[in-house]
Design a protein around this ligand. Structure first.
Ligand SMILES: Nc1ncnc2c1ncn2[C@@H]1O[C@H](COP(=O)(O)OP(=O)(O)OP(=O)(O)O)[C@@H](O)[C@H]1O
Ligand SMILES: [Mg+2]
Length: 286
């Protein structure tokens, strides 16, 4: 008998409107325990709104959402107890130290002091900030602040971690450092729901990727399957200063096509940007 795997996050026809804007449009999602799920989409696609609904901060206009089996509207306190959130914008207190920021969060969650102290130390070490525990957060770099937000979100040992654009604006090295932390959290602790508009982040970090555009889920699969939708190899030709692309299932066909051309062309592997263009006619980041 196949075991029944219950989804940790589930949405049913979830919709959020702001006046005439449909921020989230009939979203049906199921995310199982242990996944790193990536929500990929351009600015204004509805990523943050979805995160806010799932983390009980925004009420949906219609439809339902469940986290750990709890309806986020009917049982927000229970739903929230198993959730850690790293919001899109930095919201750590610069006038407090890293340690004090975490202590404040632990107190707000009603953590018992002995346990809280142990967890603060463990989490600071986990995000490699132990040596800066007593520094004021206003002296931190953006990447350090993001890491502190991750530590804060994990302090009460949530089963699900929501990361809204965890690496936006960070340099490539810091981005990779955060990816390493996310992978370790996933291996050791939690299911991850992350939003991003970085193609590479979705491709290399996430087990499954949902592509969202104008509030609608337009594709959902493992990256490899999404990539097969375009053809795995791309021939890019420079034509009148515009790049034109043709897609091929394998490198041999792409090579034969290039050999038949009378102009320069490159062969590269396709990426999720190509998939997004194929689905919408636009780039993720314009
Ligand atoms: N509080 C609000 N009031 C009115 N409109 C809103 C509000 N919050 C979001 N929206 C609108 O809903 C849509 C989705 O916004 P959302 O912030 O969820 O997008 P996003 O995918 O997170 O974008 P970004 O990549 O820029 O963070 C946008 O059109 C936005 O203008
Ligand atoms: Mg957003």
């Amino acid at each position: 008998m196949t075991p029944i795997v219950k989804p940790l996050i589930k949405t049913e026809a979830l919709t959020k409107t702001y006046g005439s804007i449909i921020a989230v449009d009939n979203l049906d999602l199921e995310i199982t325990e242990g996944e790193i799920f990536g929500f990929l989409g351009p600015n204004g696609a509805g990523k943050t709104t979805t995160c806010r609904i799932l983390t009980t901060l925004t009420k949906p206009s219609s439809g339902h959402a469940f986290v750990s089996g709890f309806n986020v509207v009917e049982e927000p306190v229970k739903a929230k107890s198993g959730i850690g959130v790293v919001p899109q914008y930095l919201n750590v207190d610069g006038e407090l130290s890293a340690y004090e920021n975490l202590k404040l969060h632990g107190m707000l969650h009603g953590m018992e002091w002995g346990k809280m102290k142990m967890h603060i130390e463990k989490m600071l070490e986990f995000v490699q900030l132990s040596d800066r525990a007593s520094s004021l957060v206003k002296t931190f770099s953006e990447g350090m602040k993001k890491r502190l937000m991750v530590a804060r979100a994990l302090l009460h040992e949530p089963k699900v971690l929501f990361l809204d654009e965890p690496t936006v604006g960070l340099d490539p090295q810091t981005r990779r450092n955060i990816w390493g932390i996310i992978r370790r959290i996933n291996q050791e602790r939690a299911t991850i729901f992350l939003t991003t508009h970085y193609i590479e982040e979705a491709e290399v970090l996430c087990h499954r990727v949902g592509i969202i555009d104008y509030g609608r889920l337009i594709a959902l699969d493992i990256p490899e399957q999404l990539l097969k939708r375009t053809g795995r190899f791309v021939v890019e030709m420079l034509d009148d200063d515009r790049s034109k692309a043709r897609f091929f299932k394998n490198r041999e066909d792409a090579g034969r096509f290039v050999a038949s051309l009378d102009r320069d062309a490159i062969i590269r592997k396709s990426n999720l940007e190509d998939v997004f263009i194929k689905l919408t006619g636009r780039k993720v980041i314009d």
